[in-house]
Design a protein around this ligand. Structure first.
Ligand code: IMP
Ligand code: MG
Length: 178
């Protein structure tokens, strides 16, 4: 699996220290509030579980699954909801936890969709941002890293459902998907 990686962009220790910082900031900002983390399946799973362990205040978790990619490396721009929330979020302080913002189409759609459920507040915590490729007007209040426009895998990010279990984030060799 590691032979398919051109370059490691973020090591396990880069990820760990950044997530610990994010956890501290979120713990402070949400002190005394009713925090719900909403993970976007499946890419955010590793980030969500590591981030949650760094949050020192009570919080709950829920998940949504959306699809905009299929098995390609380019977004189709069409968002479908595959799994909705298990719990109501009305009056809650919602933090969407996402792996990466690329065009921003997925997240923009999700934010609008969740706003309609009347949370007390709604923010985004995203591990990676590919600013160059942005199409939709959206940004994350809490961000891990700015990344260049390469197809990335590992730490939850996949290509055709593979590579999610790499403990680091790397650039996938082009010959794998072209
Ligand atoms: P967007 O709607 O274009 O912002 O796409 C967001 C989703 O596409 C992310 O949540 C990821 O699941 C996926 N995605 C975007 N860029 C990459 C990448 O470089 N590697 C793996 N998945 C990606
Ligand atoms: Mg995703």
């Amino acid at each position: 699996m590691k032979n398919d990686i051109k370059e490691v962009l973020l090591t396990e220790s880069d990820l760990k220290s950044k997530i610990s910082q994010l956890g501290k900031i979120i713990s402070k900002d949400y002190e005394g509030r009713d925090l719900v983390l909403i993970g976007v399946l499946k890419g955010s799973v590793m980030f969500m579980s590591d981030l949650m362990k760094e949050i020192e205040i009570p919080c709950s978790m829920d998940f949504m699954a959306v699809s905009s990619y299929g098995n390609s490396t380019k977004s189709t721009g069409v968002v479908r909801i595959l799994k909705d929330l298990d719990f109501e979020i009305e009056g809650k302080d919602v933090l969407i936890v996402e792996d990466i913002i690329d065009t921003g189409v997925t997240l923009k759609y999700l934010v609008e969709y969740l706003k309609a459920r009347k949370p007390n507040s709604l923010e985004v915590c995203c591990l990676l941002n590919k600013q160059e490729r942005r199409k939709a007007d959206i940004s994350a209040k809490y961000l891990g890293f700015e990344v260049p426009d390469f197809f990335l895998v590992g730490y939850g990010l996949d290509y055709a459902e593979k590579y999610r279990n790499l403990p680091f984030i790397g650039i996938l060799k082009e010959e794998i998907y072209s």
